[in-house]
Design a protein around this ligand. Sequence first.
Ligand code: NIG
Ligand code: FE
Length: 380
Amino acid sequence: MTIAITGHLTTEGDRIAALDGGDPRASVQVDPAGGDVVPGFVDCHTHLPFAGWRAEEYEQKVTGVPYEEIARRGGGIASSARALAGASDAAVLAQAEALADEMLRHGTTTLEFKTGYGLSVEGERRQLALARSLAARVQQTSRVTGLFAHAVPPGSEADEWMERVAELVAEADVDALDIYVESVAFSNEHLTRLGALARGRGVALRAHVEQFNTNRSVPVALQAGARSVDHLACLHPDDVAPLAAAECAAVLLPGAEFLGAERLAPGRELLDAGARCVLATDCNPGTSPVASLPLVMGLAVRRYGWTAAEALAAVTIDAAWVLGLDAEVGSLEAGKRADVLVLDCPAGHIPYRLGHNPVAVVVIGGEIVWVRPDQEWRIS
Ligand code: NIG
Ligand code: FE
């Protein structure tokens, strides 16, 4: 199939053939009618697949129940771990596929899956297998991260669980490893250890750091060779410059910050210092049950003081870099994979019209995979 997007580009097979304004001989013509044409979005930090939701916990949170109390009542990661253990493979995959589909309709053409709700060796193996099944089923390109060090399983100690993590890393087929560093989870020493394991396996190191407290985990992550440090709501000011100078992305998660009334990552300072700043949904049933990158862009622009163009780069080329896919996706260039969005508005409207889904047409790998029902007139 060849697709011409009038005024912009032509695709051939699964590639962008040329930025030639659209070949009138192409088999399918798409009329952007003044809407901008942008690269497909890349969501480099999600927690799919998971089971169920935790709406009751959100209500407790907004009505003032402290996090520790929610956890004491059986909430938090442990509650999603119980839900995952109690759900059939078919039910988990159906929920995750529906979410991946919702993401697709909001423009996400590449995304990350993670483990982390298994909370036992068997549970993590199962979630990894589910993530791999999901990767084979969804229409998007995906990468799978092993978040084996997410929470310390009940009845275990963090040091002891890191031995199990090492065993899982040795056997697992993952594209990256991740860890949650926090007083209630794992320490900077565990982060260093996971860095060594990631190096040994030749996979990228990612880390959830500085979400609720300042643990000075960023220098440790940089020393360990991390490809990204994610969250950063409580980043220490002295860590901005070293992070900006490093080959490591700052993955900011404004959905979690907003819904959890967390502190704000210093998004403006990081960009001004020259950091590679990335936005993601952090889609998970606890801190960020959010699937829409346009919504995340809107939160980032307002709360960090970013331009729409900065937010767009943060969900395209810079997010692709985190997943090691920037040579393949994340920008509109001849030879790259034809993952393209036609918007119903200028790109500058994405953050401004908060809550509006600007995505009219989604092209993945040179195929039209979604046309919003009210936008079918664009295709001929
Ligand atoms: O990225 N902070 C740790 N992990 C997740 C939350 C997981 C959950 O609450 O289920 C996060 O925010
Ligand atoms: Fe996360």
